[in-house]
Design a protein around this ligand. Sequence first.
Ligand code: PEP
Ligand code: MN
Length: 338
Amino acid sequence: MIIVMKLDVAEEDIKRVEEQLEELGYASHLIRGVDRIVIGAVGDKKREGASSLELLPGVEKVVPVMAPYKLVSREVKPENSLIDIGDGVVFGSQELVVMAGPCAVEDEERLFTVAEKVAAAGARLLRGGAFKPRTSPYSFQGLEEEGLKLLAQARQKTGLKIVTEVVNPQDVELVSSYADILQVGARNMQNYVLLRELGRQSRPVLLKRGLSATIEEWLMSAEYILSEGNYSVILCERGIRTFENYTRSTLDISAVPVVKGRSHLPIVVDPSHSSGDRKLVPALSRASIAAGADGLLIEVHPQPEKAMCDGPQSLTPHDFEILMGELRALAPLCGRRL
Ligand code: PEP
Ligand code: MN
């Protein structure tokens, strides 16, 4: 439920409500919105006494939240969440944020080459996996900490922020000591131990949609992270498994406006994994921006034909530059800037 506070509420009234919620066995989450302060109260059971909260000073009303996810819901927070990762890079604002780079960090030379090129074309973050959750145990699994170090050096050289995947709950601390955003891959969307661990630290999380997850399951996964106290979650639609096999996955473009309607969290699209085909990446990128996405996650490799993974879906730096030009022209028509 949400406890909506009066416009002129005093801090001591807020404190009193929080104490009362604790007594009733609820966890409370204070949300200072633009117009109002609300307190999200979450717990697993209907408890006696919740209605008496309306009698406390400073409380305007108590509203039940109908959706199964609470803290990620727009019912709790009507305005868009802005996720600020520093140096003017803000997800959920008018500015579109493009993240680009190779599937995996392979070596210093290739990483630095691609980082410089995507930065010059207007990307704000460099992507690249150092820990790779591969379908086959025999495929390249990533450079691990060595890869994280190369990403940090690339940040130093280019000013790009870093987004990279964390696979194992035990590695959260290590990865967050290098990365600006921690990515949860599609295969780990329902790894609740990992999600809770990410909720207990403060780095923003990019939460990819699971291969066969409904939007509701995906939002419930985001709820795990927020419920532990980390409100900086960016959702990433990366395609879902359907009967269609001309593409690697089916990009669920409708997820963008559906999520926007139900949640205050920013949402970006990954046109690379959803198509599996670099020829389709420009069209899916344009469609995503037109549908209201807050940004894109795009695979770019200096020599896609030699990439250690996901070469067929990787753009060359030159193709990426052309796409960025197209998106720059499109953005104002969608009320955005790039
Ligand atoms: C990736 O972004 O490198 C990745 C593995 O994607 P996904 O988890 O969406 O398959
Ligand atoms: Mn990939």
